[in-house]
Design a protein around this ligand. Structure first.
Ligand code: PLP
Length: 398
């Protein structure tokens, strides 16, 4: 049976990582992989995570399964982190939560839930969106379409085009939104735009499915959840996929959560029972360790404060790198505008370069970014920003 399988081309990002590893030039810079890096170019274990991990291990008495819905303390903490500590919705019976293996697991659980509720539903994703949204959401049989999102001229959101596309969707269509730090463009909605969007979703009867993978890495924990909280409070139903990979640095532990806001307590209960059934059929029980760490951090005040300080330092580093990179590019490439780097948020930005330029940057200057010219700003360091800017100027012939 298996001898008829076609060999698939490797995932482009994995190919990029392999090429980077094989490059022996000391000037090489990895701007491809979407993980946070510190000033030494490393992705360290956060101190709050180390401390929580020690406490969790000391207390642990068994390795028996956690429940299919996961760690109840973690789910409770995620409701409050995503929806807001003081928010009545975070405590409402209308919300149910299941722990998931990473944000990816949460996205897939949400997609499977939509398929059970409405198999013919179409999910509309931004153009462009994170490449993995496509297999995660369409892999269970849902149809995917795209709405306009990025304005290449301003480096911001093509809001009018986005709104007119959403206005034309049939009721009960699903709209996938990035809560903040849009991947891959870095272009986020402003608060007033979220309010306008909320009104359109409500009037048109559209269901928001919000992906929050970078809470705290854009403007702040509450600021990055502004749109999500607004929609969850204003609309009758919402799906929210949360990842703890980036803001807790727990990538390989696979920690995430799917929150669903239903129209009533009974609807949320029925939804939870469906999610448990879906989880049983996909992976049965979620992994324990990462969720136990997050629950510990969020429930112990000193740990929580330490984690928030570390997260604030990561965020500040990203903002400083954005400012320094935009200034270096403005000086090196006076004929191309890169000022959008300062306005965009989170780890990613589109540089707006064509594929040939991206290839030249890789081959001649050892700068590794995806073909669409998305860079992970955290891959830069103050010392290599001048080299980066000069290389871009040369590749552009400036
Ligand atoms: C937009 C977006 N959503 C979700 C995820 C999910 O990440 P994970 O499954 O590692 O938690 C990522 C990770 O890169 C992402 O960029």
């Amino acid at each position: 049976m298996l001898e008829h399988l076609d060999r698939l081309a490797p995932d482009p990002i994995l190919g990029l990582m392999a090429a980077f590893r094989a490059d022996s030039d000391p000037r090489k810079v990895d701007l491809g992989v979407g993980v946070y890096r510190d000033e030494r170019g490393e992705t360290p274990v956060m101190q709050a995570v180390r401390d929580a991990e020690r406490a969790v291990l000391e207390r642990q008495t068994t390795k028996t399964y956690v429940a299919p819905a996961g760690n109840a303390g973690f789910n409770e903490a995620m409701r409050r982190l995503a929806l807001g500590d003081g928010s009545p919705l975070a405590r409402s019976e209308r919300v149910c939560a299941v722990q998931a293996p990473g944000g990816c697991g949460a996205l897939r659980l949400g997609a499977e839930l939509i398929r059970v509720a409405r198999p013919e539903a179409v999910v509309h994703v931004s153009n462009p969106t994170w490449a993995n949204h496509v297999p995660l959401l369409s892999g269970c049989g849902l149809k995917l379409e795209r709405y306009p999102y990025f304005d290449a001229v301003s480096g911001g959101v093509a809001f009018e085009a986005m709104l007119s596309a959403l206005e034309a969707l049939p009721p009960r269509s699903v709209v996938l939104l990035h809560a903040s730090c849009h991947n891959p463009t870095g272009a986020d909605l402003e608060e007033a735009q979220w309010r306008t969007l909320g009104a359109v979703l409500e009037r048109r009867g559209l269901l928001p499915f919000i992906d929050m993978a970078y809470q705290g890495l854009g403007r702040g924990l509450a600021e990055d959840a502004y749109g999500l909280r607004l929609l969850a409070e204003q609309l009758p139903e919402a799906l929210i996929a949360v990842s703890c990979s980036k803001n807790f640095g727990l990538y390989r532990e696979r920690v995430g959560c799917l929150l669903v806001v239903g129209q009533s307590g009974a609807a949320a209960e029925a939804t939870l029972s469906q999610l448990v059934r879906i989880a049983r059929g996909l992976y049965s029980m979620p992994p324990d360790h990462g969720a136990a760490i997050v629950a510990e951090i969020l429930s112990e005040e000193p740990l929580r404060a330490a984690w928030q300080r570390e997260l604030a330092a990561m965020r500040a580093r990203i903002v400083q790198l954005r400012t320094a990179t935009a200034a270096a590019l403005a000086a090196a490439c006076p004929r191309k505008d890169f000022s959008h780097l300062v306005r965009q948020r989170g780890m990613f930005s589109y540089l707006g370069l064509d594929k040939d330029t991206v290839r030249r940057l890789r081959e001649a200057h050892h700068l590794y970014m995806t073909d669409d010219s998305r860079i992970n700003i955290a891959g830069l360091r103050p010392e290599n920003i001048p080299y980066f800017a000069q290389a871009i100027a040369q590749a552009l012939g400036q």
